[in-house]
Design a protein around this ligand. Structure first.
Ligand SMILES: [Zn+2]
Length: 436
């Protein structure tokens, strides 16, 4: 039972695949990488559905599109690229030849690449998409993304979304210009926000004036508004810098009018996945077993996004009492990690486990009376962000909840533009079912 459950939690956390700055993956999982039973990673799309027909769901969700049959069982993976200039472009850059090869692989896979607008329309219940689809995104606004990427994308007829941040537009050198963004728009590409200054949105950089709330609002609203006004488009999506967010950031993002917020936490996205925590696969990341994130993504072998099925998964941050709290910065290197699991529903006896990024499965204790699972960290934490995943089964079906906190011995508010500590982790992921 634990085995199957752990498969659900078999995730590759790519929390800090930050753009052109530091990226490191802590892969210190103690659990050996074990091949997973294939049924454990079966996509919901492949399972017989007990629900209403998709068309009925669509009608319920959007009466204005009552005649549209929307396949709510479809799954989408989002790829995240940065610079396409080889080693010269830094740690997030890939060789142009690799980009070309990956685009060819997508073509050969037969899995369609859909536009961001189609994805959003599907989520709104306005149009359907194929059972499996891929979205391509490119972050930061480097000219190599245009000069190298666009011809290859156009050769295959692939749509793509460019996430740009205001402080790196028209800055000369390798930055895109507004004119180039206008050309991208005219060629049918989508432009999304990557904020104003490309800082971790969870805390205000020391150099930014004002208080945090005002700064956050400005990062979200001004980037959206400026892109909309300069390009005459709707800027409905944002990619959080470094993929970092928390409930407060999500709420501010929603309040700023965004329809979707993207992280760098690769996952198979469903119709019901939380719109403000949509995971993307950073193609430069290595998954456990040394698989490339690209391979895991396009074989749809990775984890299903939390919230993809509201019955099965949830965002712990919104519904679960946790300690440390979601997004909290702690100074204790050996904290007790705790969660009240009562919001997860009726769980099968003995099925509850806790995983911590960088540690893997931990020997957490469950107090049945208080419905609290807890684990005291024995080996002192290293500075960084930790993701906690509570996995369990409910009537035999896997459920999970997750949140993250940060350990920073200096406490509180380290400048967001400082070098980021390792903040990602990985646990084994099932071998992808090769799909051509
Ligand atoms: Zn970025």
């Amino acid at each position: 039972m634990t085995r199957q459950l752990s498969i659900l939690a078999l995730v590759a956390l790519l929390a800090c695949t930050g753009c052109d700055k530091v990226k490191s993956l802590t892969q210190r999982n103690k659990a050996p990488s074990t091949p997973a039973p294939s049924e454990a990673v079966a996509a919901p799309a492949e399972e017989p559905s007990l629900d209403e027909p998709a068309a009925a769901n669509a009608v319920a969700e959007n009466e204005t599109a009552a005649k549209t049959a929307v396949d709510t069982k479809s799954e989408v993976v989002v790829l995240c690229y940065h610079r396409l200039e080889g080693k010269a472009g830094g740690i997030n850059s890939i060789e142009p030849a690799l980009f070309e090869q990956q685009m060819q692989e997508i073509k050969d896979s037969g899995i369609p690449v859909i536009s961001m607008q189609d994805f959003l329309a599907w989520r709104r219940g306005e149009k359907t998409i194929p059972p499996r689809a891929i979205i391509i995104t490119l972050d930061d606004g480097y000219v190599s993304e245009l000069e190298v990427g666009v011809p290859i994308l156009k050769k295959h007829g692939f749509p793509a979304t460019f996430f740009v941040y205001l402080d790196f537009i028209n800055k000369g050198g390798k930055s895109v210009t507004w004119a180039q963004l206008g050309e991208l728009r005219d060629q049918g590409f989508d432009i999304g926000s990557h904020t104003v200054m490309h800082a971790d949105l969870r805390r205000k950089p020391a150099k930014a004036p004002g208080d945090y709330d005002a700064w956050l609002k400005d990062e979200l609203e001004r980037s959206k508004k400026t892109i909309e006004e300069r390009l005459g488009i709707s800027c409905a999506t944002i990619a959080y810098p470094y993929g970092n967010h928390n409930p407060k950031v999500q709420e501010a993002t929603r309040a700023a009018g965004y329809e979707a917020g993207f992280t760098t936490y690769g996952a198979r996205l469903g119709h019901g996945t939380n719109a403000l925590t949509l995971g993307r696969y950073d193609v430069t990341a290595k998954m456990p077993g040394n698989q490339s994130a690209f391979t895991v993504a396009i074989s749809f072998a990775g984890m299903v996004a939390p919230g993809a099925d509201p019955v099965m998964a949830q965002d712990a941050a919104t519904s679960m009492v946790t300690q440390p709290m979601s997004g909290e910065v702690i100074t204790d290197a050996s904290p007790t990690i705790k969660a009240n699991i009562s919001t997860m529903g009726v769980l099968d006896a003995g099925s509850v486990v806790m995983r911590v990024s960088g540690f893997g499965l931990v020997p957490a204790k469950l107090d049945a009376a208080t419905k609290t699972i807890s684990y005291t960290v024995e080996k002192p934490l290293r500075p960084g962000t930790y993701v906690v995943i509570i996995g369990a089964k409910s009537n035999g079906r896997p459920v999970e909840a997750r949140w993250s906190f940060e350990y920073n011995p200096a406490g509180g508010t380290s400048p967001a533009d400082a070098e980021l500590p390792p903040r990602a982790a990985a646990t084994p992921v099932a071998a992808p079912a090769k799909k051509k």
